[in-house]
Write a protein that binds this ligand. Structure first.
Ligand code: SPM
Length: 288
């Protein structure tokens, strides 16, 4: 009989996620949260934080490729990048592929997540010691308050809007990210499932509208998250998600990047939303 890991986070949305596991490989209680690694029967190793699925080896690419490459190909010259959260290393692994990126600060509050990922999830964490990367184990909100006008792209690879990460979905944080970006900067935030959390996304887009002239929401596929999808808000001071795409793709030679999800076609298509959601979020309709 297989054992099942059950994620109960979205019970209020009438959904439980279950994933079949072979064994629990590791667990600890860090100063911030419960960290666990499981060997699943079909999705490779899996990281959970406070019993919520963060990533599995089999389907993490859809999340990490899209949270990283969409803003980095939308910007014309993304030299300085900040990743907030992202302790497993998957986002940084994608960010450092860009030759345009000269430096990455990763600000993760929980050093233990990074240490556990280095030991159990080497395919995600293998670029955390890349010379372009500086790791900072501190609060991301404080980091953006202390670093004004510094970044071309900020990527918020957070957990869900409950507990400590809740502030990362609020106006004050979005405003501080705006101030931490340079004049052409782009901010992308993990922003939930479009159908189950439309209200949270609407709220984030409304906050973003107060500061950024350009706002979108885009989607990716992650079968082990409730509902199978997750999306991101895209806020930009100057560039649409598309205007630099052809030139930047040409510059980066992505055929050697071993990508499994991201293509320029997927970049464009991910902004196309179901009719009712698009109407509700009031984001621009994309002509493909
Ligand atoms: N680097 C991977 C970290 C993952 N960050 C997002 C985690 C979200 C997980 N929950 C999705 C459920 C939606 N309510």
């Amino acid at each position: 009989m297989a054992e099942w890991f059950v994620e109960k986070l979205n019970m209020a949305q009438h959904i439980k996620t279950q994933i079949s596991i072979k064994e629990k490989l590791y667990e600890e209680k860090s100063p911030y949260q419960h960290i666990a690694i499981y060997e699943t029967t079909g999705f490779g190793k899996m990281l959970t934080l406070d019993d919520v699925i963060m990533c599995t080896e089999k389907d993490e690419f859809g999340y990490h490729e899209m949270i990283a490459h969409v803003p980095l190909f939308a910007h014309n010259n993304p030299e300085n990048v900040l990743v907030i959260g992202g302790g497993d290393g998957g986002t940084v692994r994608e960010v450092v592929k860009h030759s345009a990126v000269k430096h990455v600060d990763m600000c993760e509050i929980d050093e233990r997540v990074v240490e556990v990922a280095k030991k159990y999830l080497p395919t995600m964490s293998n670029q955390l010691s890349n010379p372009k990367v500086s790791l900072h184990f501190q609060d991301g909100f404080q980091w953006v308050k202390d670093h004004k006008n510094q970044y071309d792209v900020i990527i918020v690879d957070s957990s869900d809007p409950v507990g400590p990460a809740e502030v990362l979905f609020k106006e004050e944080f979005i405003r501080c990210c705006y101030e931490s970006l340079k004049e052409n900067g782009i901010l992308v935030n993990q922003a939930e499932h479009m159908l189950m959390f439309t209200d949270i996304i609407k709220e984030m887009l409304d906050y973003g509208r107060k500061y950024f002239p350009i706002q979108y929401y885009y989607n990716t596929l992650v079968p082990t998250y409730p509902g199978g999808f997750i999306g991101f808000t895209f806020f930009s001071k100057k560039f649409t998600p598309f205007e630099n795409l052809a030139q930047r793709i040409e510059q980066e030679k992505i055929d050697n990047w071993n990508l499994q999800y991201y293509t320029k076609e997927m970049h464009k298509a991910s902004f196309t939303l179901p009719k009712a959601i698009q109407k509700e979020l009031k984001t621009p309709v994309i002509s493909l």
